[in-house]
Design a binder for this molecule. Sequence first.
Ligand SMILES: NC(=O)c1ccc[n+]([C@@H]2O[C@H](COP(=O)([O-])OP(=O)(O)OC[C@H]3O[C@@H](n4cnc5c(N)ncnc54)[C@H](O)[C@@H]3O)[C@@H](O)[C@H]2O)c1
Length: 350
Amino acid sequence: MTMNFKRPAGHLNPVLVTGGAGYIGSVCVAKLLDAGYTVSVLDNLSEGHREAVDSRAHFYAADLACRESIARVLRASRAQAVIHFAANALVGESMANPGKYFRNNLANGLNLLEAAVASGVKKIVPSSTCATYGWPENLPIAEDTPQRPINPYGESKLMFERLLHWFQEAHGLQYTAFRYFNAAGATTHLGEDRALETHLIPNVLKVALGQKSHCEIFGDDYPTPDGTCIRDYLHVEDIAHAHLLALAPGNCGFYNLGNGEGYSVKEVIAECEHVCGVKIPAIIKPRRPGDPPRLVASAQKAAKELGWQPAFPKLHQIVASAWHWHRQFPHGYSAVNFNPESFSERHCAV
Ligand SMILES: NC(=O)c1ccc[n+]([C@@H]2O[C@H](COP(=O)([O-])OP(=O)(O)OC[C@H]3O[C@@H](n4cnc5c(N)ncnc54)[C@H](O)[C@@H]3O)[C@@H](O)[C@H]2O)c1
């Protein structure tokens, strides 16, 4: 799968990507490089993988908790724009340990905003989330839907959204913030590999690979047609593409990113069975705290104002790309024999 996008004249460049060793960040880094941007990555590798960072990028092992490190990286990278993925993003963990989420997603995010202003960065493009909407009354969810998060993860992201508003008011720091729904899928060489995997599709594919005996369905008594939660799955490459569009100066605001179509947990498992050609046993577990029954996006604002359209909107395309990656790298990045030269060549050939 490829998308041909070349950096338009006037787009902000160079770019610093925080969290660029993580799942979505690594795909975005590769797309930026393919499009002709100069890219630096700041990541503490708490969740990400050094092997996932394209060798054409400058890599800085640094933590957003350290203000001096951020300032140094910003100086060295000469970034005009910062794409900010670095965060903790597990709803369940945030319910058990809210302090971790407010510290990393909010306080460390504030460190980044202050350093960005001090070093003359013009624009920040941070990841927000549909979790800021909580339990919405109406679907699909447009950007003006009331934001009432029901877990600390969503609350920490909403509070960061408010910081963006005030930093623009006070310092003129532009922002284009994306509220994504469920990121999924893979490129040929970059995919989803977490120490603690809680996302549905990679967990189901681990069953298909024979690494797990069954997958888990958290709640089958939701007010949905088959009783399982409904989510809007979006290909990771389509998310990356939106970030490239956001590097035009201006276009400030908040944008949903989703396909506008919801699939239940049972429907996703059935699609995985279809793609992988194996039966996937599932067991029903109690609901997870903090999970709303349905989250489906309206992304019309991003289409209208940014010209963003998903290139891979079908669930089948998303699952097939993830399955291809998981079959190629069944043990994730730990099994990748890291060689910067060969990684770059392999990636360029995608
Ligand atoms: N995956 C999804 O479905 C989804 C949906 C909505 C929003 N988001 C948001 O998108 C962003 C990326 O998500 P992801 O799925 O790629 O997560 P991820 O965990 O794969 O990537 C996050 C990266 O940030 C790094 N990081 C975390 N804290 C850091 C710190 N203090 N300093 C430096 N680096 C740090 C981690 O090492 C990791 O590489 C997050 O902000 C998340 O909240 C993700």
